[in-house]
Design a protein around this ligand. Structure first.
Ligand code: PGA
Length: 254
């Protein structure tokens, strides 16, 4: 039985100026538990990456990008390629976030191409999946996330798939203050892990980290992270406040 190291990732979305971001990292650094028994990642906007990486130094805080383009270079005004991110020293890239699916029309096929580009460059995708409220109410939420995995991840050979970090983020819980109950999170995480076991076998199913995202807060993180198949969280709003984020980190580390 593998012990999966817990992970807390802060998704800053399109928030903070560089100055706010640096202050935030400084405050997180100052309050990190020691020893740091979990992984901590922050994902600021592109414009902050270099400065945040430097500020994080060797504190243990890792820096991730929120998105990347599928091509290594080309005439794609406004886009950032995975090679550019790699050059900066990024190790992780979030992909498949529901906001990108909703506002930027990213389909499972687009996400699949991004996953490939990230892995080909030797980086780690933080792959987001999750259902809308109407899909849950129609009781097709399991089928929905299953097909997100099938269409964007299950083409990968096992060794590549093992690099992926999965984040289950029910859309109805993102930024709404309505968190999935620990039981709802565990139920879906267990479903995802069983699906992975069916596809790649027990070792890989045991190995893969599955984060929960959607209104993770200082006061609910511990219950969520104590669920058997919840390996940490992808945190939006609460990651923008150092004290809240540190409480969430403590819940994962403790
Ligand atoms: P939230 O966002 O914590 O603000 O709900 C989570 C996310 O979108 O990753």
């Amino acid at each position: 039985m593998i012990i999966r190291r817990k992970l807390v990732a802060g998704n800053w979305k399109m928030h903070t100026t560089v100055r706010d971001g640096l202050l935030l990292v400084e405050q997180i650094k100052a309050g990190l538990p020691s020893p740091l028994d979990c992984d901590v990642i922050v994902a600021p906007p592109f414009t902050h990456l270099m400065a945040v990486l430097e500020e994080a130094g060797n504190s243990g805080i890792q820096t991730a990008a929120q998105n990347c383009h599928t091509e290594p270079s080309g005439a794609y005004t406004g886009e950032v390629s995975i090679l550019m991110l790699k050059e900066l020293g990024m190790r992780h890239v979030i992909t498949g976030h529901s906001e990108r699916r909703q506002y930027f029309n990213e389909t499972n096929m687009v996400v699949r191409t991004k996953v490939n580009a990230i892995l080909d460059a030797g980086l780690i995708p933080i792959f987001c999946c999750g259902e809308s409220l109407s899909l849950r109410e129609s009781e097709v939420h399991f089928d929905h996330v299953q097909s997100q995995l099938e269409e964007s991840l299950y083409h990968l050979p096992e060794s590549a798939f093992r690099q992926v970090i999965i984040a289950y983020e029910p859309i109805w819980a993102i930024g709404t203050g309505v968190t999935a109950s620990p039981q709802q999170a565990q139920e879906m995480h267990a479903f995802l892990r069983q699906s992975i076991v069916r596809h790649y076998g027990h070792d890989t199913g045991d190995y893969i980290r599955i984060l929960y995202g959607g209104s993770v807060k200082a006061d609910n993180a511990r219950m969520l992270f104590s669920q058997r198949d919840v390996d940490g969280g992808l945190v939006g709003g609460a990651s923008l406040d150092a004290s809240n984020f540190l409480t969430i980190i403590a819940a994962a580390c403790g």
